[in-house]
Design a protein. Structure first.
Length: 372
């Protein structure tokens, strides 16, 4: 029997965001299962390179080659697996893949992610709904997103994000920590939605108690210059390191050198960085936005605070630094739950969705149910 042919559509690093990393990892894991994967990258470099500087126009230089490749790929695969997000990413990349799949008779598994889905749907659902009616199955990684879709009458399959425990684990060499010189870590891209500024203000408060504390901000993005300036204005510039973009192996090393990880997001779905930190033995302080409370539980597997509250964030970090046993308890509880996010557990869930979609296509099952 020939191998199942999957057209996997999504972004790839760089930038090393959650969806890009998940796309690359999924392509590798499916290929290792013996499936034939054709990977169609939605964020290919602009050609010619000078187009990068022409905002608005540059999207067309990426869109037309993308549409051509979608059409060609649809003629070679059994189904499309589309990694989707909110905003312009939906309109430029996910929707065209859905419609080309529908036109060419290729069933589409829509893998929707991102913490801004509710706001996006409230504003644009009349434009999104026709495309959703043409997908064979919707897959989401969290109960949070499942509720967003079900409120609109759309059935979903919950298939969790995948964490690579070969890379992110606590079995590696942990740095020797000094209680009076703690190391805090932020591993989010430098974009407004991740609110790194609140983490910097919280760190300034932490330094009032632990003057030798230091912070590493790992990520790249348009807010870097503003954040560097903010750190200097807060008087913490010499204690904060902005690493820029790092590969996953280097990020894993940073986790193992950290005493706490801060996730200051204003909106979020299922941040894999929280799982990575716990897997590496690092206690987590996070905002309680979006899908985060579906991923970790306050005072059981992490400490959760309200978004934008630098005082509460600092107090949570200080409590971890003063009470190492608390951090150990949170990490142990978190690690007990991480197995659900490993490929051996996720594999069967995803392949079952593929099997159901292909079976319904053969049997002439109607399209994805209409939304209310």
């Amino acid at each position: 029997m020939p191998a199942l042919r999957i057209g996997l559509i999504g972004p790839l690093p760089p930038p090393p965001g959650g969806m890009a990393n998940q796309t690359r990892q999924l392509a590798r894991l499916l290929s290792e299962e013996g499936l034939h994967v054709e990977l169609l990258q939605t964020n290919r470099p602009y050609r010619p390179s000078w187009i990068t500087h022409l905002r608005g126009i540059r999207a067309l230089f990426r869109l037309f080659p993308y549409l051509r490749e979608l059409w060609k790929t649809a003629g070679r695969v059994d189904l499309f697996h589309v990694m989707a997000n909110s905003g312009w990413s939906w309109h430029l990349f996910a929707a065209p893949a859905i419609w080309i799949g529908w036109l060419r008779g290729v069933p589409v598994v829509l893998n929707y992610r991102g913490g801004e889905a509710e706001a996006f749907f409230r504003k644009s659902f009349r434009w999104v709904r026709p495309s959703l009616k043409r997908v064979a199955a919707v897959v989401v990684p969290s109960g949070f997103l499942a509720e967003v879709f079900r409120r609109r009458g759309i059935d979903v399959h919950t298939v969790k994000n995948i964490i690579d425990l070969q890379r992110f684990d606590s079995a590696g060499t942990r740095a020797q920590h000094q209680q009076d010189c703690p190391h805090l870590l932020v591993t989010r891209n430098l974009e407004p939605i991740y609110d790194i500024g609140t983490a910097l203000r919280a760190f300034r408060r932490v330094q009032e108690v632990f003057p030798e504390a230091r912070m590493t901000v790992c990520g790249s993005g348009p807010e870097r210059e503003n954040l560097v300036t903010q750190a200097e204005e807060l008087g913490i510039g010499s204690a904060v390191t902005f690493t820029g973009r790092l590969d996953n192996d280097r990020v894993a090393e940073l986790y193992r050198s950290a005493d706490a990880m801060i996730n200051p997001s204003l909106a979020d779905n299922m941040p894999i960085s929280i799982l990575e930190a716990l897997a590496c033995g690092v206690p987590v302080v996070s905002t309680d936005v979006g899908g985060v409370p579906y991923l970790v539980t306050h005072n059981k597997t992490a400490l959760l605070v309200s978004p934008g509250d630098d005082l509460a964030m600092a107090q949570a970090v200080i409590s971890l630094l003063r009470d190492p046993a608390l951090g150990e308890r949170l990490v142990k509880a978190g690690q007990d739950e991480i197995d659900a996010y490993t490929w051996p557990r996720v594999r069967g869930q995803l392949l079952a969705v593929y099997d159901a979609v292909l079976a319904s296509t053969v049997n002439g099952n109607p399209e994805q149910q209409d939304a209310n």
